[in-house]
Ligand binder design. Structure first.
Ligand SMILES: *Cc1c(COP(=O)(O)O)cnc(C)c1O
Length: 388
């Protein structure tokens, strides 16, 4: 499969046919597997072969999904989990011990921020945040007990970019791991491992599913790290369900096609909305006005499906705008075929203090728009009528 292009891998890297010669991959809804002989079960438990044992460990469907993501990200191996947060938490818990320190971009997914601030102190793990506009400052944050640098790019929800090659250079120089949450870009637009990341985590719930149906997560990367993460997950149980893996493997077949359309639609809408009288700002990585446009062009194939708009009238104007939308729905999700709007300050990031929010660019008038696969003129029409 290695020599095929992205689209072909996403479609053709599937499970071997069973003796039934099915064309579409079957769903293996089984919690455990049977052994012909006592000796076979002993061998499986002693890691002498990789036969299936129990679906908390592995399952044909989760294996298929993980193998596909590895091929698409250019990773050695991986582990699937029940959600994106399960992938992130399992990775942290498998790699960290009491006394360790981590460095993260300050603009990080709300629940990840909560792990750093609410739970890490309980286990004597400390963290430092760097600002997206000061990646040079990362070096000053490094301590002897620092274990890894963690980041998202583009960031959620402010859509800022971090130069992956630059940060991986810092990580290598100081012998730190680099872990990247690649949820917003997907491997179709950006492959952090090729730019020096050691591990990539995903919420498969978003673009990988692409239709807002199932939760899922995956972490892929270096074998010796994944081994620890796999073992931790196998013992503590954040496993992905075979059904979700089956859905997600099929979804990946159309990832390239969907991302092309998401990106085309989002760029078109960003261009049309830029300069609108009611808007203070439109932020989209592939708009030349974006402060990190050069980084975006360097490491991303296209700008992604998310843009933000900032209304001049603050929260009141944002609320009116959301309530006036006719087709587009208010929801916390993103990466769906349907366009979605979210007001981060009052929802996904409401647990942060006002100062913390402003520090990561979440103003009261900021709205995150996840541009869907509907006709771009219909999306634009709905946004424009709500801005009136
Ligand atoms: C949604 C999301 C997560 C969490 O994923 P779940 O599947 O909801 O657990 C993590 N990181 C980013 C960037 C996300 O958008």
């Amino acid at each position: 499969m290695e020599n095929y292009s992205f689209e072909t891998k996403a479609i053709r890297a599937q499970l071997e046919r069973s003796e039934n010669n099915e064309h579409s991959v079957p769903l293996y809804l089984t919690s455990s597997f049977v052994f012909d002989e006592a000796e076979d079960m002993r061998a499986a438990f002693n890691d002498e072969d990789d036969t299936f044992i129990y679906s908390r460990y592995t399952n044909p469907n989760t294996n298929e999904f993980v193998n596909k993501v590895c091929l698409l990200e250019g990773a050695e191996v991986g582990v699937s989990t029940a959600s994106g947060m399960a992938a992130i938490f399992t990775t942290f818990m498998a790699l960290l011990k009491s006394g360790d320190h981590v460095i993260s971009c300050s603009s990080v997914f709300g629940a990840t921020h909560a792990i750093f601030t609410k739970y890490f102190p309980k286990w004597n793990i400390t963290h430092s945040y760097f600002n997206t506009n000061n990646v040079e400052g990362i070096e000053k944050l490094i301590k002897p007990e620092t274990k890894f640098i963690y980041l998202e790019t583009p960031t959620n929800p402010a859509i800022e970019l971090i130069d992956l090659e630059f940060v991986s250079g810092i990580a290598k120089k100081h012998n730190l791991l680099l872990i990247v949450d690649n949820c917003f870009a997907t491997p179709y637009l950006q492959q952090p491992i090729k730019l020096g990341a050691d591990l990539v985590v995903h919420s498969a719930t978003k673009y990988m599913d692409g239709q807002g149906r199932v939760l899922g997560g995956v972490v892929v990367g270096k074998k010796e790290l994944i081994n620890d993460i796999y073992l931790f997950g196998r013992l503590t149980g954040p496993s992905m369900s075979p059904f979700n893996a089956w859905v997600l493997s099929k979804s990946l077949e159309t990832l390239a096609l969907r991302m092309d359309r998401h990106c085309d639609n989002a760029l078109y809408i960003a261009q049309k909305l830029e300069g609108h009288a009611e808007l203070e700002n439109v932020s989209y990585p592939f708009l030349p006005s974006h402060p990190h446009h050069q980084i975006a062009k360097k490491q991303m194939k296209a700008g992604g499906g998310i843009l933000t708009i900032t209304l001049k009238g603050g929260y009141e104007a944002a609320k009116n705008f959301l309530n006036k939308l006719q087709m587009i729905k208010i929801s916390p999700n993103l990466g769906d075929a349907r366009s979605i709007v979210t007001h981060p300050a009052s929802s996904t990031h409401c647990k942060l203090s006002e100062a913390e929010r402003l520090n990561v660019g979440i103003t009261p008038g900021l709205i995150r728009v996840s541009i869907g696969l509907e006709n771009k003129e219909d999306i634009l029409k709905d946004l424009l009528q709500a801005l009136k």
